[in-house]
Design a protein around this ligand. Structure first.
Ligand code: GAL
Length: 654
């Protein structure tokens, strides 16, 4: 199987989405000159070029792309070539209105924006395959081609008729009989029993709460349909170029794709990442996505898109202060990226994203953005040889599963304040602040190489996953689970006793009497800290209470339970308390921080034999780094102590 290394060939890929069709041809040579000055070695072409490549049904206009491929190749810049299927030309919607998706209220998503395609539409799939086939045939042997990029951020839904027909086929394949579907969906509730497959629909607009298992299956179906679209295009390009890696870019922690399944179908796992420069936890939320992407890739991964300056889709869009673009790019490399790329090369003058930054901003080559990009390009070039291919070892894994997220996020739950990504962020933040490097894993993955496994929340757990967790603990691993873990089976059926019996036994939960969700801002006293968001009325087995609730309705009942190597946390401790609790458990399990005594907002990551030290603070900082190192960025020797400027970074080799 081809891999990222086949495209990087020992260099960090540096560049971004390049949309030259938005510019007169006279600009192209200037672009390439600036790219070379900034050591850009990779651009992604064609992401939104369908109407340009196929201006009329069946027409092919490849001349402009030929010239660009040649121009880039002549200048030593590789091309990640995209299939243009994320944004069909208007003629497709006009000739085939069935290619346009419908929302749950039946409203059509018209052309005029982007991503107005139904994953289920036969016509869409046919036209997408045809342009992909011709693109692959034409450029498969072009020397500029380094990688294929399929579509862009697959994220569409469709509740329309063609999707309904495919949904039924998908369900027949899963359940075989209507009886099995009725049982899985619990249709005895509210008179929902189906007597004919044609009665089964996507969960369209309804008077009141929808059937949760129907909604869950629709999410699974949607992820699978998008994956079918991806696989169809991937297989076409693979037939032409079996040795060229293929990717499709994920959105960060995006709800719509089961990215574990998707990643298994990709040669290169890539992600788009846009933390808010004003977010005090922007660096950590970036680190989370980087850890997740690395874990999906099981090695080096590609930062397909980031912004050199502001985005344009938040309420208020802040620029990156001086140095932040460099720092966050090096952070991605520290956490396993072998490609640091942007949306986009040159800021657009027209269209919906004209206020979204580019590597070359409206200020042009003199602007601070390009100047910083240029410096970064030189630095990445300098460290490339030492970094690429390097792996990151972690003794800790955080568990995450899309199906559990989907099931747990349904309407009709006990608290809408409980949000799966927020919980992942809270637990990841605790580890990040404790300088503990973590991977992510799926609850059914082999966990045996980890000393500590954490499940912030796995509302839905399959029997296989539960067996896996039990075996992990039996084999000597330490497991910590947060509240609302092990509640439902894979059909979203609540397990007898409220929490799976095997897990209750593992944690020492004799009876779970009631869940006690907390209001926004409400806290619950525990012995030594305050809990937020959630609490539980649990009767523990003898000796299983580690930390009790104090005062209030739950006084004396366990907030944290502990038996052997298994821990259960029935509330969300405030951030410092969660950090302290998880650090203690990690230390007992033998998982060590990267460096001891690091100040807050300094991040340290080991990649291969390199040590990255990153100062996310706005003040200079001095840190102890035992031993003697050379900083690959400055060439200087570092003995014992390292001083970093605000947003400063060092890449240390022993
Ligand atoms: C991504 C997308 C790009 C661009 C960017 C702006 O979601 O793939 O095409 O729209 O966002 O931040």
């Amino acid at each position: 199987m081809p891999q990222l290394g086949d495209a990087t060939r020992g260099r960090i890929l540096f560049g971004g989405d390049y949309n030259p069709e938005q510019w007169p041809q006279e600009v192209w040579p200037a672009d390439v000159r600036l790219m070379k000055e900034a050591r850009v070695n990779s651009v992604t072409l064609g992401v939104f070029s369908w109407a340009k490549l196929e201006p009329r049904p069946g027409a092919r206009e490849f001349g402009w792309l030929d010239r660009l491929m040649d121009l880039l190749h002549d200048n030593g810049i590789g091309v990640v070539l995209s299939t243009p299927t994320a944004s069909p030309p208007p003629w497709l919607g006009r000739l085939h209105p069935e290619t346009l998706p419908r929302d749950e209220d039946g409203r059509v998503e018209w052309w005029g924006g982007r991503q107005h395609f139904s994953h289920s539409s036969e016509a869409y799939r046919r036209y997408a395959a045809a342009i992909t086939e011709d693109l692959a045939a034409r450029y498969g042997s072009h020397p500029a081609l380094t990688m294929w990029h399929i579509n862009n951020e697959y994220c569409t839904y469709d509740w329309g008729d063609e999707a309904a027909a495919r949904f039924r086929r998908w369900l027949k394949n899963k359940y075989v009989t209507l009886d099995a579907l009725n049982t899985a969906w619990g249709t005895a509730f509210w008179s929902q029993g189906y007597g004919d497959w044609n009665e089964v629909l996507p969960p369209r607009h309804a008077h009141y709460l929808k059937n949760p298992t129907q909604v869950l299956d629709f999410r699974r179906f949607t992820s699978d349909m998008l994956l079918e679209c991806y696989v169809a295009e991937r297989d076409i390009v693979r037939r032409h170029t079996p040795h060229t890696p293929v990717t499709s870019n994920f959105m960060p922690l995006w709800v719509g794709q089961d990215a574990w399944r998707w990643a298994a179908e990709e040669d290169v796992v890539s992600v788009d990442l846009y933390p808010d420069p004003r977010d005090p936890f922007g660096a950590q939320s970036g680190a989370l996505v980087q850890d997740l992407t690395r874990s999906q890739a099981r090695g080096p991964w590609m930062l397909m898109e980031q912004a050199a300056g502001p985005v344009n889709w938040r309420g208020v869009n802040h620029p990156k202060p001086h140095g932040l673009n460099r720092l966050w790019s090096l952070q991605a490399v520290a956490r396993g990226a072998d490609a640091v790329c942007y949306f986009q090369w040159r800021q657009s003058r027209q269209g919906a994203e004209k206020f979204h930054s580019g590597m070359v901003s409206h200020a042009g080559a003199e602007g601070r953005t390009y100047q910083e990009v240029k410096r970064l390009g030189a630095e990445l070039h300098k460290i490339s040889g030492d970094v690429t291919g390097g792996h990151i070892q972690s003794d800790i894994a955080l568990l995450h599963d899309w199906h559990s997220w989907w099931a747990g996020a349904q309407d009709g739950r006990l608290s809408t304040h409980v949000d799966h990504p927020d919980l992942l962020r809270a637990w990841h933040r605790a580890l990040w602040e404790a300088h503990l490097t973590t991977d992510f894993a799926h609850p059914e993955h082999d966990l045996t190489r980890y000393k500590l496994v954490l499940a912030p929340q796995l509302y839905l757990l399959t029997d296989t996953a539960i067996d896996n967790l039990l075996a992990y603990v039996r084999g000597g691993g330490t497991l910590v689970c947060g509240f609302l873990t092990g509640i439902a089976d894979e059909d979203d059926r609540v397990r007898p006793g409220g929490v799976d019996a095997r897990l209750r036994e593992l944690f020492g939960i004799r009876t779970l009497h009631e869940w006690w969700p907390l209001d926004a801002g409400e806290t619950v006293e525990c012995d030594g800290f305050r809990g937020t968001l959630w609490s539980e009325e649990i009767e523990a087995e003898d000796g299983a209470t580690a930390i009790p609730y104090k005062g209030g309705e739950l006084d004396g009942l366990p907030a944290v339970l502990h038996q052997g190597r298994a821990w259960y946390v029935s509330t969300l401790p405030e951030p410092d308390a969660l950090r302290d609790l998880l650090s203690r458990i990690a230390a007992d399990a033998g998982a060590r921080p990267v460096l001891d005594g690091l100040p807050a907002r300094v991040e340290a990551v080991r990649r291969g034999d390199l040590l990255f030290v990153l100062n996310h603070g706005r003040e200079p900082v001095t840190v102890d780094v035992p031993g003697t190192h050379r900083d690959l960025l400055t060439g200087e020797r570092v003995t014992g102590r390292l001083t970093l400027a605000r947003y400063g970074a060092a890449v240390l080799r022993p």
